[in-house]
Ligand binder design. Sequence first.
Ligand SMILES: [Zn+2]
Length: 127
Amino acid sequence: MFEVHVTTMFPAAHALRNYYGKTEPIHGHNWWAKITIAGPQVDSMGMLIDFVPLQKEMGRIIGKLDHQFLNEVPPFDVVNPSAENIAHYLWEQFSASVPAMQPEFEVTVSRVEVWETDNCSAVYLPK
Ligand SMILES: [Zn+2]
């Protein structure tokens, strides 16, 4: 099994709803997101997946969240914008496009980790 990771930072604000019965005050974080792609082998070029389209996709997906008030960005206008829910959202987004980046065999988004601060992160694992 091979894994590759791409990581990026994006500043964004949020305010958790129903946080001990109240909505948190709006505040910002420099969020970090790490996407892990896994697969059983490397291709004819020696790669599990090409970093170039993967980073381009990172830019496209994170671009929707970058410098935003997450509570106003779907699905976080409904889903609480917790680190856990952001990790799950990123997993869904990347899972829709990553398999097509490796036509020779199956690759999956096996892990997404989202840091709210240096010391606090949440991970979404698909199983
Ligand atoms: Zn926060």
